[in-house]
Design a protein around this ligand. Sequence first.
Ligand code: SAH
Length: 229
Amino acid sequence: MHVDIITVVPGLLEGPFSHSILQRAEDKGLAKVRIHNLRDYATGKQKQVDDYAFGGGAGMVLMIEPVLRCINALKAQRTYDEVIYMSPDGEVFDQKMANSLSLNENLIILCGHYKGVDERVRQHLITKEISIGDYVLSGGELAAAVVTDAVIRLIPGVLNDETSALTDSFQDGLLAPPVYTRPAEYEGMKVPEILLSGHGAKIENWRFEESVRRTKERRPDLLEGKNLE
Ligand code: SAH
């Protein structure tokens, strides 16, 4: 999978993709994230990428021209499944969307900044708009990093243990059960006996029950219309 992220603050994105699982995905040749500085596509001496909003008001707006030039340059290299704009008024990101995005081959993600981007970009170039929640960030970069991380870890082979992603929260509509590691007892605090029993089926059953209990307690909304028999 190729993810091309367009930003005016590339520095904000350098960290998240050079560590841990995302770096491993790249090393294994399973996913490649490239960061594109919108300023490189600006014309004129000033390399201007934003301007005042028509009609007045505070805040700058990203201009259509550099965005169009950047997207066209990328489209000349490969065919994209989606051209995504990160935006607080987009469709709210969840595990289901992460699953379906992970089936794509090539994605462009445009990060807004300041007041956002000229509406004509959204109307004519963007195919999907994603919000990571009902709050406003100062730019789309952190949101793009969240989406990219959640999507890339689902690509087969990225996680060392193939089944790991399947047992995470939300994947089966439930929250994950509690997990423990050594030591089995620490200053009087014990790990549940069943986990030390070596009895696979009973452990599975315990985990399922704990998942259900935790979901009922914390996110009863996830259980609506669900038959847990
Ligand atoms: N004026 C806009 C907010 C601009 S915030 C509005 O009220 O809708 C600047 C940029 O940050 C946005 O263009 C978007 O790319 C990004 N951003 C802010 N909050 C976000 C969120 N919850 N999800 C995804 N992107 C977000």
